[in-house]
Design a protein around this ligand. Structure first.
Ligand code: NOJ
Length: 593
């Protein structure tokens, strides 16, 4: 207001001269022309639709399923020790059938001192006692297959635990294992102080080199000092890790999720330093010499060859956090699917998301679809390293977010509990359990919240465990879990769980089994797109904004449709006039056109 008043005053003299009306006329005419053009060309914010459409007939199991991530520690504890286990997963196998999920990815359950809750493996071919034993795993895979559920397991090739016998032998320079890890003497100053070979920083903060007093050398670790990196320039390491793959393939696993793959190699020239002051994990030069090195793809190709020696289609999905677009192509070409993580950092006002949420998602969805030939897209919105959707975006958006994930092209990956709209645990004031928070001395780095126990029922400990023991992470949603749990939501029409199940069914329709998407657009903060083919087309509309919004979407060539799925159950089966319909904040509709 103040500015407008100021500007009027400023121009009074010019207007008095009489030239003002001519200028205003010209400006108004230009303005009208621009608005007309923009309205004609861009009724909403439009983007280019990737032209590819994959034939629906030749798809394999991992292209047509939903992948559901189970973090075994937190899923279901069958023996009341407070930690989830394999028997707990077996108990719940029918749940995956009910959900409409055809593949389960299990985070690590291998023998481990649990410094990083299993991402520090001390024996790759054993089941850790806390999770059960090998007989349990055999039963799990047999029963899962009987129920038509594929099992994908975590493969943690970048590093072992420092308690692995490989590392122990390497510290002692035992012949076969001498060069299994990345050792370097660094420098020793005249006063006897040891100085690391360079200033490379670990992902979990602090130097990525730790001095070992047994071997009298430094070893390199991309993550914790208890997670020494294997040396992939040593053929014996490559052979040993291929044997690990064969071990589990022989047990019948259907695929692997490859942990931390961009960290597999470090530059050979240890004198190279990152630019000084690079504390910023988002800087493309961050980890320039310790991430995304070209040799990675030779190793992925070798793994793919191992998998190809087994019957059926075995799946390799790579944990590719923070990789550039060109690198994604290379993962595909090497025979793996790189997880598309770019939807995860999107949050209101977050870094990398200067615009509205809908705009951010739209841009990233288009990026995610920007693939070559038959490369198959995939989308992920949560996992054990990131805040739950209900906390990151808001609980009232949780259903719309599931609607987005399950209606986008390609393979979706869901994190356990997200189908309920579950919040993460609130562990403020608790001593963090996550080593990242502990080593960095920063509770904000803690991933405990998203690893909170699954909520199965309204009984004590939300049915995560029987009895009155304490789960490894407390259930903090004391007022919420009596409502937000599998048993209760199973009974309530219109619950998050019911909606999830319905959307899972929708994915079975032929039009959802292609990469075809039309009209990805935004109207204000409403994200829209059309999926489906021929006469079986669906408009998805998701209001990700903070306020309600009325839109006219007739330009897509349809005037009305019927709501088949809705975050607000009462709208189901209603007819929508596409010239004017309203969506509350957080509301999502799937409209049959
Ligand atoms: C990625 C995993 O997702 C994360 O949980 C783990 O801490 C690191 N890799 C190190 O293994």
């Amino acid at each position: 207001m103040g500015l407008e008043e100021g500007s009027t005053k400023k121009h009074t003299g010019f207007c008095e001269s009489g030239k003002c009306s001519v200028v205003i006329f010209v400006l108004v005419a230009i303005g009208i022309a621009v608005v007309a053009c923009v309205t004609f060309l861009f009724p909403a914010v439009r983007t280019t639709v990737p032209p590819t459409e994959t034939p629906t007939t030749t798809l394999t199991w991992w292209q047509t399923t939903i992948i559901y991530q189970v973090y075994p520690r937190s899923f279901r504890d069958s023996n009341g020790d407070g930690v989830g286990d394999l028997k707990g997963v077996i108990e719940k196998l029918s749940y995956f059938n009910d959900l409409g999920v055809g593949a389960v990815w299990l985070s690590p359950f291998f023998t481990s001192p649990m410094r990083d809750f299993g991402y520090d493996v001390s024996n790759y071919t054993e089941v850790d006692k806390i999770f059960g034993n090998m007989a349990d795993f055999d039963e799990l895979i047999r029963t899962a297959h009987e129920k038509d559920i594929k099992i994908i397991i975590d493969f943690v090739p970048n590093h072992t635990s420092n308690e692995s016998t490989w590392f122990k032998d390497s510290r002692n320079s035992m012949d076969q294992y001498k060069d299994f890890y990345i050792w370097n003497a660094g420098k020793t100053l005249p006063n006897g102080t040891h100085v690391a070979p360079n200033k490379w920083i670990s992902v979990f903060e602090g130097s990525s080199w730790t001095w070992d007093d047994v071997r009298k050398e430094y070893y390199y670790h991309a993550f914790l000092d208890s997670q020494p990196d294997l040396n992939y320039r040593n053929p014996a390491v490559r052979a040993a890790m291929k044997d690990v793959l064969r071990f589990w393939l022989n047990k019948g696993v259907d695929g692997f999720r490859i942990d931390a793959i961009p960290h597999l190699f470090e530059h050979v020239d240890l004198s190279l330093e990152e630019r000084p002051g690079m504390s910023d994990a988002f800087d493309p030069d961050r980890y320039k010499y310790t991430k995304n090195q070209p040799e990675i793809f030779d190793v992925v190709r070798e793994w793919r060859e191992v998998l190809n020696q087994y019957e059926g289609e075995r799946f390799l999905v790579a944990e590719t956090v923070g990789i550039p677009q060109e690198e994604r192509q290379k993962y595909y070409e090497a025979g793996s699917v790189p997880f598309f993580f770019d939807l995860i950092p999107v949050a209101r006002g977050s870094r990398g998301c200067p615009n509205t949420l809908a705009q951010c998602y739209l841009t990233r969805i288009i990026d995610g679809m920007n693939l070559k030939g038959a490369q198959w897209p995939n989308f992920v919105i949560g996992n054990h390293d990131n805040r739950r959707i209900a906390d990151r975006i808001g609980q009232e958006y949780a259903d719309a977010m599931n609607m987005m994930l399950l209606t986008l092209p390609g393979t979706p990956t869901s994190y356990y509990g997200e189908e309920l709209g579950m919040r993460g645990g609130n562990y403020t004031g608790f001593q963090p359990k996550d080593p990242f928070a502990i080593t960095s001395n920063n509770p904000n780095n803690s991933r405990d919240s998203e690893r909170n126990p699954m909520q199965w029922s309204n009984t004590v400990n939300a049915g995560f465990m029987d009895g009155t023991g304490e789960p490894w992470l407390k259930i903090t949603a004391n007022t919420e879990y009596p409502r937000v749990n599998v048993e209760e939501e199973g009974k309530v029409n219109g619950s998050s769980l019911q909606l999830y199940k319905e959307l899972a069914q929708l994915r079975a329709r032929p039009g959802f089994r292609s990469t075809h998407i039309e009209h990805p657009e935004i109207f204000g903060e409403v994200l829209t797109y059309i999926r489906g083919v021929d006469v079986d087309k669906y408009l998805v509309a998701l209001n990700l904004g903070l306020v309600g919004f009325r839109l006219d979407i007739t330009q897509i060539g349809y005037s009305q449709g019927t709501v088949v799925f809705a975050t607000n159950f009462s709208r189901k089966n209603t007819i929508i006039q596409l010239a004017s319909f309203h969506l509350q904040r957080g509301e999502g509709l799937v409209i049959k056109l």
